[in-house]
Design a protein around this ligand. Sequence first.
Ligand code: RIB
Ligand code: CA
Length: 322
Amino acid sequence: MIILDVDPGIDDSLAIVLALKSKLDVIALTVSSGNIEVNQGSINAIKACEMAKKDIPVYKGATKPLFKEYVDSQDTHGSDGLSGMYYKVKKEAMDGAIDFILETIKANPYQVTIVAMGPLTNVALAIQKDLETMKQLKELVIMGGAAKIHGNCSPVAEYNFWVDPDAAKQVFEANLPNVTVAGLDVTYDILFSPNMREMVRQFGGELAEYVHNITQFYVDFHWAQERTLGCIINDPLLVAYMIDRSVLEAFDCHIDVETSGICIGESVVAFDIPEAYLPLYPYNAKMCMKVDKTKFFDIFFETIFPEHIEDYRLMKKRGYIL
Ligand code: RIB
Ligand code: CA
């Protein structure tokens, strides 16, 4: 049983479509303010469900970080969080994300996985409300942080941890079982290239048009901001990991998060901790440091566009992509 905790957001939306078109047992989405504020984010989440032709419940959660002033990323994802498409949707999201998470875990101890792809505010609030229940999570998989690579909000901080560093710190201090973190160290390799995007446009159809449209602003941002051609799609990598664990290789570590000062939001990650330091810095997570990007894109394209598997494989064979 999987709950996707999201802040859609363009890459979150691609992750939702990938998850719902796969065989994963996704039971609900929970939304927090992140790339865009939670109400618009919930609309975007519902749109992604519609595009995947799956009707699953969407719950609204945190409207702002625990303490830090909320900073969205409209500069990256567009004024609506989806390149300005301002989609209309047929249903409403419900309130009560935190209670939904806790009630679901209570009813299904050690069977629920949370895949957290936005700021960790919802997860932290659930821990604050009922740590013992949260310790009965089967697994917590997090998109966030950066262990040995530069950040995307400062030289050291990645957006999800930078937006709500206190939430991230509280999550790692809770010592939940089976926490795996995929940060920029591996997601920077996941470049949705111009050729890939053109291939999707050539596929045609409503879903291809959606993917092409929602990535436009993100592509323009990547060129303007860092002269990258294409766009980095972070969140779908975690869904691919849930589909096939060999996509990523994770290593035991201790993670803490800086909550103030010039390095606010920095994930401080220690590997290979000497025995003498373990009482102070216990292993509390696994950090993904290796990624098989070809395997990721095989999963991504063959799951989202199964009717175009042969086209995708021909483009790979001809060297147009990857
Ligand atoms: O830093 C990248 C992460 O921040 C992604 O999850 C993106 O959607 C934003 O939430
Ligand atoms: Ca996200």
